[in-house]
Design a protein. Structure first.
Length: 340
């Protein structure tokens, strides 16, 4: 089930020829089925490198993309392009400014995978605090003295600092409070203190205060000029030495060099990361050798249920945009001058 409210009033697709949708990275089959049922032509991009995208995009009316995003040079190659949808909440890899200039609405699917990502964030917290990946390795090496050498920590009753409080952050807070009785401190400009207090949470007035007080810091913010590198060398110095950092949002929120130094010097106790500065890192990337870490390859929203819900939501958004139905698009300012 998705939480999206899409205009369901009948509307004819705005082009005489059947629209063509390019899916840059694979999505769940339910998304393809939704598009096929509506009669659009679906083109699955065989690869998402720049050259292949440029080959495939020239005659398409709409694009569904994931972490590959969509850059200005690709949009310029597609004179018929009139809808871009992100499979997921992140749109930082899409050149929103250029899409707006060209009159192309951009939409995303926040909420479709929020429970999945929130569950993963909680899982990373537990795995990091209990050193589960190292513990697994110890058993495989028949090393049962591991528990005498490692400080393993609990989560119940501890303070969870959330940076960002959208659909995913909200779910993480509810899970952490209900399951572990955690104290929840939130830093989010759009959320007022009264509404948080009703939930039993606290609003942090400053990032510094949240960092000093939290045992677990979990990132759930979008990437912008204000949030890029929001956790860096200075911020790590403010954290407790027993604190851990969890990031299931975007790698660009964290200065990885500063994180590596903080882990190596014991400024913080550990980190659980599902996202990184690059998803094409080399095996010798220094962050991969960081101590007291648990890593996963950007799979927070990749449960079967979440992938199905997100793919269907993305397909529904494409069909609505092609039909002229108004959505809460990211670049609302281009709606009245959008391409037809």
């Amino acid at each position: 089930m998705t939480s999206f409210q899409i205009d369901s009033r009948p509307a004819a697709l705005e082009t005489k020829a059947m629209p063509k949708v390019l899916v840059i990275q694979p999505i769940h089959s339910a998304g393809y089925e939704k598009l096929n049922e509506s009669g659009v032509i679906v083109c699955k991009c065989p690869s998402y490198d720049d050259a292949t995208v440029l080959e495939q995009i020239a005659d398409v009316d709409a694009v569904i993309t994931r972490s590959a995003g969509l850059q200005a040079f690709a949009m310029d190659r597609a004179p018929r392009l009139r809808a871009i949808v992100s499979h997921g909440s992140g749109v930082d890899a899409i050149d929103i400014g250029h899409a707006t200039k060209l009159g192309i609405p951009v939409a995303n699917t926040p909420g479709a995978n929020s429970s999945s990502v929130a569950e993963h964030a909680i899982g990373l917290m537990l795995a990091t605090l209990r050193s589960l990946t190292d513990a697994d390795r110890a058993v495989r090496e028949c090393d049962f003295n591991f528990k005498y050498r490692r400080d393993l920590r609990g989560i119940s009753g501890k303070t969870l600092g959330l940076i960002g409080f959208g659909a995913i952050g909200t779910r993480v807070a509810a899970m952490a409070r209900a399951a572990f009785g955690m104290r929840i401190v939130v830093l989010a400009n759009h959320t007022n203190a009264a509404s948080l207090e009703e939930l039993g949470y606290e609003k942090a007035s400053l990032l510094d205060d949240l960092l000093r007080e939290s045992d677990v810091i979990s990132l759930h913010s979008v990437v912008s000029d204000k949030t890029r590198g929001i956790i860096g060398e200075r911020e790590f110095r403010l954290m407790k030495q027993t604190a851990i950092l969890i990031n299931t949002a975007r790698g660009a929120l964290v200065d990885e060099r500063a994180l590596l130094n903080a882990l190596q010097t014991g400024q913080i106790a550990g980190a659980g990361l599902d996202v990184f500065s690059s998803e094409s890192m080399s095996p010798d990337n220094p962050i991969l050798s960081a101590p007291n870490t648990v890593f996963s390859p950007h799979i927070g929203g990749s449960t079967v249920d979440a992938l199905e819900a997100t793919a269907v939501a993305a397909a529904e958004h494409i069909l609505a945009l092609l039909s002229g139905s108004r959505l809460d698009v990211i670049n609302t300012e281009c709606w009245d001058r959008r391409r037809h």
